[in-house]
Design a protein around this ligand. Structure first.
Ligand SMILES: [Zn+2]
Length: 432
């Protein structure tokens, strides 16, 4: 698409406000106002009743390339992201090879750019091979073309306190952040689901809340001690919320995310023994879900991150104990957030823009994303139809994988259009 392409979005409710027109010229928002005239040759998008948001930003996506292209690739994953309204995703480092060198992160970053559906910002591994023993070359990844700012061994916890301390000290040099997958490994050996009433009844090995909370408590203290920045991945318990709230009250540089599935689903679903509900961290209780919603609403939890975790059929379609952990989420995240947060009155659309675009972009130190919808800004935008209602049908997903827990569930909202630097990656609900 040439740089002179113009699009006029007519009558969109920006962040849920009063209807306005938005003119995109090339890669940039040229004008925002009332009754704008469509320039000659411009594409006109009628957006009556639709909400215009800044392009969504995910801090936590597993794109699986390199190494597990049977479950997802940068191409299929970024198409999935665009379909879900995302214009930038952070790609986790647990690939094969692990993204622990400048070479691997640059490869992933470049693939995202070449495909052109969604920007891919690689996350660098904290330790070599995610083995938890030796710090990876964090500086080289930060200085690479990919400009890595988020570092994580996600999938595994950086459980050694000395390694965690060193990582926190190291990333200060380039304003980086360590994103911790908080899971005390000894407390979760062989764990299959949340430890509680349901695990007791089913006789499955439980995953105690304290395994998550003890690591978060340690790491917010470590971050404060060295004056660095820590981000907590996928908060899943009410106790974790309390610790993050306390750390923030101290003024420490602590941020946190919650997944859509932890805002909606509970461990009661494990009674079905359907491995689609097997995930790390596990689905918790109703009380945890309510605490997470409240914390996202009041800002204690900064953002929604999908933890999009594609797995091929054979890794999920087996008995509970053998099944892989994780679920896909890019194409349903916004609908789940509308259902759990907007339609319940907990968050308005400006809040959605904050938790799904502004704040994740700020935490990842992304430029060009998570910007206000105003003239002069890059045209990274998502147009949502909040009145849409439909059953989730994984057959229509752009992701290579199908492990969604929402199949057949009626959810609100549809991504009507997504613009990446002015180019429509999605229009009329369909990928370009
Ligand atoms: Zn994780």
């Amino acid at each position: 698409m040439s740089a002179t392409t113009k699009t006029l979005i007519r009558g969109a409710r920006i962040l849920g406000g009063e209807p306005q027109d938005v003119l995109i010229d090339g890669e940039t928002i040229a004008e925002v106002g009332l009754d704008l005239t469509a320039p000659e040759g411009a594409t006109v998008v009628e957006a009556d009743g639709k909400i215009l948001l800044p392009g969504l930003v995910d801090l936590h996506t597993h794109l699986r390339e390199p190494g597990r292209e049977d479950s997802e690739t940068v191409l299929t994953g970024t198409r999935s992201a665009a379909a879900g309204g995302y214009t930038a995703v952070h790609a986790m480092a647990n690939t094969f090879p692990v993204a622990d060198t400048a070479g691997v992160v640059e490869q992933v970053w470049r693939l995202g750019r070449e495909h052109g559906y969604c920007d891919v910002q690689p996350v660098g591994a904290v330790t070599v091979g995610l083995e938890g023993r030796k710090l990876a070359e964090l500086g080289a990844m930060a200085d690479s073309a990919a400009g890595v700012r988020v570092f994580s061994d996600d999938g595994k916890c950086v459980d050694d306190a000395v390694i965690m301390r060193r990582a926190l000290e190291y990333v200060k040099a380039f304003d980086g952040v360590v994103a911790q997958h908080a899971q005390e490994p000894r407390l979760t050996e062989g764990a299959q689901m949340n430890e509680g009433v349901v695990s007791g009844e089913l006789g499955l090995t439980g995953w105690p809340a304290v395994a998550e909370e003890s690591i978060i408590a340690r790491d917010v203290l470590l971050a404060a001690h060295v004056g660095s920045r820590v981000h907590i991945c996928h908060l899943s318990t009410a106790g974790s919320v309390e610790i993050v709230r306390w750390a923030k009250s101290k003024g420490w540089d602590v941020t946190a995310e919650v997944t859509p599935h932890h805002l909606l689903l509970t461990d009661e679903l494990v009674r079905t023994y359907n491995p689609v509900y097997k995930v790390n961290p596990p689905l918790r209780t109703e009380a945890d879900v309510m605490a997470l919603r409240e914390a996202l609403a009041d800002g204690t939890i900064d953002c929604v991150a999908t933890d999009h975790a594609p797995h091929p059929h054979e890794d999920k379609d087996c008995e509970w104990g053998a099944a892989a952990m994780g679920m896909i989420g890019l194409e349903t995240a916004l609908s789940v957030v509308q259902h759990a947060m907007v339609d319940t009155g907990l968050l308005d659309w400006a809040g959605v823009a904050d938790r799904m675009s502004f704040r994740p972009a700020a935490i990842g130190r992304l430029s060009g994303h998570g910007r206000p919808v105003s003239a002069g800004e890059p045209a990274n935008l998502t147009l949502v139809d909040p009145a849409y209602r439909g059953e989730v049908n994984p057959a229509g997903f752009a992701s290579r994988s199908r492990n969604t827990p929402y199949e057949g569930l009626e959810l609100p909202g549809q991504v009507f259009a997504t613009f990446l630097r002015g180019k429509a990656t999605v229009m009329d609900g369909k990928l370009s």
